[in-house]
Design a protein around this ligand. Structure first.
Ligand code: IMP
Ligand code: MG
Length: 185
């Protein structure tokens, strides 16, 4: 894999800004769930760093679970609207307060489908928390209850988000300069 410094256009969100905003989000969430328990559902794989940092700030008693979804016939950067569960939750969500923890809402198809799947299981409540929102690319309406940052229409990587599966481990969010990026073969 190419060194990311060759295709990094700019650091869009620094580590310090991410951490500050995530602490604020946790406070917002805590305020809304007083006296309740919270079941955090992380959508793999992009949501894992966000989940790990968010849950460390939460004071609301919480449990976690994971699910993975994929889009039919989609290229790496594109969703088609056809989403299926590739790894389901371990636990029943019936009558629980579920909070979906997602890395980014782009077209909106992924989160809209997950909300639809999970609502069929009758949670007590179901809300969406996304670190990033790219509203210019939205194709389907989705309710976002907690949003870290609104970003411009650029391909981003780092802090859970991948570029061809690499660089999820970076502590910041960077934007790709497409002219300087060579996809791996
Ligand atoms: P949506 O279904 O179009 O909203 O796309 C959601 C998924 O596409 C996210 O969970 C990401 O995995 C991926 N994605 C969308 N935009 C980006 C990006 O800029 N960088 C990395 N992954 C992205
Ligand atoms: Mg993802």
């Amino acid at each position: 894999m190419q060194d990311y410094r060759e295709f990094l256009e700019e650091i869009l969100i620094t580590e310090a800004d991410l951490q500050k905003r995530i602490a604020e989000l946790a406070q917002e969430i805590d305020k809304d769930y007083i006296g309740e328990d919270l079941h955090l559902v992380c959508i793999l794989r992009g949501g894992i760093l966000f989940l790990a940092d968010l849950m460390r700030h939460l004071k609301t008693p919480n449990t976690i679970d994971f699910m993975a979804v994929s889009s039919y016939g989609a290229g790496a950067r594109q969703t088609t609207g056809q989403v299926r569960i590739t790894m389901d939750l371990k636990e029943d969500i019936n009558n629980r307060n579920v909070l979906l923890v997602e890395d980014i809402v782009d077209s909106g198809y992924t989160i809209a489908s997950v909300v639809e799947f999970l609502n069929m299981r009758h949670p007590k409540s179901l809300k969406v928390c996304t670190l990033l929102d790219k509203p210019e690319r939205r194709e389907v309406e989705v309710a976002i209850h907690y949003r870290g940052f609104t970003i411009p229409n650029k391909f981003v990587f780092g802090y859970g988000l991948d570029i061809d599966e690499y660089y999820r481990n970076l502590r910041f969010i960077g934007a790709v300069n497409p002219n300087h990026y060579q996809p791996p073969d």
